[in-house]
Design a protein around this ligand. Structure first.
Ligand SMILES: [Zn+2]
Length: 331
């Protein structure tokens, strides 16, 4: 009633001859109005930055832990037909990139963690908080490594943030604790993997398997995501020892490897990360169809020519260095 009064008041305040000629314009204005309406719906579509068809990997974070690399830390999305289906790692800065990518937390089928160093997990809680404002109803499975004296397991890690007793962000415990009234629940799982790939997750859209990789003393996983007939493998952080990563990456359409150590590095850095020669060796042995180098740190940035030449001695396929928000469609 109130609205009708206002509308009729507005109409009566327009002079009759203008009102009549405006009415005469209605048919010609309809296409304009339809266009304006379409434009108002566009942002949610246009904001999607990694294509609307097929399978693609988007790099949310291409950097390492140092903020001076001016890159978000490790994080990747697997897109399928314009939907962000899987998130791999959530390093610092990646939550902002997630928003910039046009992805929605409500689209994700699953989250995979390679390990829990800060540069792979620091923005996890920011992403979960953002999801609280979305209309997510489905459970959110979260898979990652088991723990040791040095690192929490995946279930501990999630609970350390969102557990109702001691979680740092226990005010959001409704998204984890079964008895509480949250719109959805996180479902964390510890993945006990070895050097032979094990199946971890599957649904109608994608499946995932993992191997344990060596990353100093930190429990760490490499992930293989298969969607339709496309295969994407994420090395995570590893020094490349053992045969697991080659097995996991065999015939991958895309292999995302971490370029965190330059050739010739020794000591702790070599114990944690693989130099370019090892990346090239693994890519060649696994016959991967394309190699993307990410986790670029100050010690490898600027050394791309040397890195590429070491890899080229072993691997002849396509190779690209990743930047934040790069999108790699899988043909
Ligand atoms: Zn690490």
């Amino acid at each position: 009633m109130w609205n009708r009064k206002i509308r009729s008041g507005i109409r009566s305040s327009i002079p009759a001859h203008i009102s009549q000629s405006f009415q005469g314009l209605w048919p010609s204005l309809l296409p304009v109005l339809a266009f304006l309406l379409a434009c108002s719906l566009l942002p949610s579509v246009a904001a999607q930055t990694c294509g609307t068809q097929g399978v693609a990997v988007q790099v949310l974070g291409s950097g390492g832990p140092e903020l001076q690399d001016k890159r978000a830390s490790s994080s990747y999305l697997v897109w399928e037909d314009g939907q962000a289906k899987a998130l791999i790692d959530a390093g610092g800065g990646s939550a902002l990139r997630f928003g910039e990518s046009g992805a929605q937390m409500s689209q994700l089928d699953v989250i995979f963690f390679s390990h829990f160093h800060v540069d792979h997990s620091g923005d996890f809680s920011a992403l979960i908080k953002s999801s609280w404002f979305e209309d997510r109803k489905n459970p959110l499975p979260i898979y990652g490594p088991p723990g040791n004296d040095f690192m929490p397991s995946t279930t501990e890690f999630v609970s350390d943030f969102f557990g109702d007793k001691h979680g740092a962000y226990r005010y959001l415990s409704e998204l984890l604790e079964p008895g509480e009234d949250g719109s959805y629940k996180m479902q964390p799982h510890n993945v006990e993997a070895a050097s032979t790939p094990i199946a971890v997750f599957h649904n109608a859209d994608l499946s995932a398997s993992a191997v344990r990789v060596i990353h100093g003393g930190v429990p760490a996983l490499a992930w293989r995501i298969e969607t339709r007939d496309k295969v994407i493998v994420f090395s995570g952080d590893t020094n490349g020892e053992g045969a697991g990563l080659v097995k996991l990456a065999t015939d991958a359409d895309l292999f995302v490897a971490h370029n965190a150590a330059p050739e010739g590095v020794t000591g702790v850095e070599r114990n944690l990360h693989m130099p370019p020669s090892v990346i090239g060796e693994i890519a060649q042995q696994a016959h991967v169809k394309k190699l993307v180098l990410s986790h670029r740190m100050l010690r490898t940035l600027g050394k791309e020519a040397q890195t590429e030449s070491e890899i080229r001695k072993r691997y002849a396929g396509p190779l690209q260095f990743a930047n934040d928000l790069d999108c790699f469609p899988i043909k």
